[in-house]
Write a protein that binds this ligand. Structure first.
Ligand SMILES: N[C@@H](CCC(=O)N[C@@H](CS)C(=O)NCC(=O)O)C(=O)O
Length: 349
């Protein structure tokens, strides 16, 4: 058997930890895949997405998905304890705990690890961490610790360890990220888990992770282009507004629609009393889409530190106005860049 894996991938590390906990390292050959290159044909023959971890029994025969693979390891004959527990009752309890770990612990931890320079997402995820640490302490009170599964690590430990290991490494560049309070069961668990040979021997180093951290700490290109855009006022706002509308006309809206007839330009240039600004109105089909739109809008504003004026009409229409008013009123490249990215994102909801 072969495991297609990557040292950098936390999902693959789950299975690599599972192999070591089960004592199956010698039985499964680990094949390192370069995630930046075209995936090998033997891998895509089994898993067309070419993602890791993927297990191969024979050419063209195997499957992927880290948690399914972890469970499969328990079906292989070996001396090590079962990751999901010895009885069907234990397996059931472990699966419920995995679900809870995923929402209560991994949700916030992954939210931090993958916040991509999104200031709102980072703040939201960070705010949930203290409760996530309390959840760990509560589970340990039931299992008896030092691991979530009890005396030895099990499937839930293997599934959270890679993300916690990366979180702790990330603190080297973001030292303000919270840790469990010293002396608490959660702090003891974290130390024990990361030191466990199955976890320590499969965890990447900071140097290995640094390029990925740099990539994940950065907002996507469309957001960076707003950050880079100049605040100097443009001399040709009519032309820029026309170019913006031409671009918008090439987009295919999903559920959020620009208001107006098909050929009406979305963004209009308005000569206000204090100076020019651009305005657009978006139609939202339901309350739910409006909440998504507001979340997206506020996150983009906070991350780029460029703010719109927006007004809701019920939960169905969102009016957005953009202009630059420091040091003087007018329209800048930043406004047009913001308008473009915002429209692209809203029409993708
Ligand atoms: N849900 C999958 C996620 C696997 C995954 O996202 N793997 C990433 C690397 S961390 C990957 O292979 N990405 C490359 C791709 O999808 O092309 C699992 O739990 O196994």
């Amino acid at each position: 058997m072969k495991l297609y894996t990557s040292e950098l991938c936390p999902f693959a590390q789950r299975v690599r930890i599972g192999l070591r906990l089960r004592g199956l390292e010698g039985v499964v050959e680990e094949v390192e895949v370069d995630l930046d290159a075209t995936p090998p044909a033997e891998l895509t023959a089994i898993n067309p997405q070419g993602s890791v971890p993927t297990l191969a029994f024979a050419p063209g025969d195997g499957f992927n998905e880290s948690l399914v693979l972890l469970e499969f390891l328990d079906s292989l004959p070996c001396a090590g304890p079962k990751l999901f527990g010895a009885t069907p009752r234990d397996v059931g309890k472990t699966k419920v705990l995995l679900e809870n770990a995923s929402t209560r612990l991994l949700g916030p931890v992954m939210g931090v690890n993958y916040s991509r320079g999104n200031a709102v997402a980072l703040r939201k995820a960070t705010a949930q961490l203290p409760q996530a640490f309390e959840w760990i302490s509560a589970v340990l009170a039931t299992s008896g610790g030092p691991f979530l599964a009890g005396a030895t690590p099990g499937a839930v430990d293997a599934s959270v360890a890679p993300f916690l290991a990366r979180y702790v490494l990330l603190r080297e560049v973001q030292p303000d990220l919270p840790m469990p309070r010293g002396g608490t069961p959660a702090a003891h668990f974290l130390a024990q888990l990361l030191q466990h040979p199955a976890v320590a021997s499969t965890s990447p180093t900071f140097a290995q992770m640094a390029p990925a951290f740099a990539r994940f700490a950065q907002p996507e290109e469309a957001v960076r282009s707003i950050q880079r855009a100049s605040r100097a006022l443009v001399s040709n706002p009519e032309e820029q507004c026309a170019a913006l509308n031409q671009h918008v006309a090439t987009l295919s809206p999903r559920t959020v629609r620009p208001e107006g007839a098909a050929n009406t330009p979305l963004w209009t240039l308005i000569q206000g009393e204090k100076g020019p600004h651009i305005h657009a109105r978006f139609r939202l089909p339901t309350y739910n889409e409006m909440l998504q739109a507001l979340e997206l809008l506020t996150a983009l504003q906070e991350t780029t530190d460029h703010h719109t004026a927006f007004v809701l009409e019920g939960y169905h229409a969102l009016d957005i106005t953009l202009c630059t008013h420091e040091p003087v009123w007018g329209l800048s490249d930043k406004d047009f860049s913001m308008a473009q990215t915002l429209t692209e994102k809203l029409l993708r909801i």
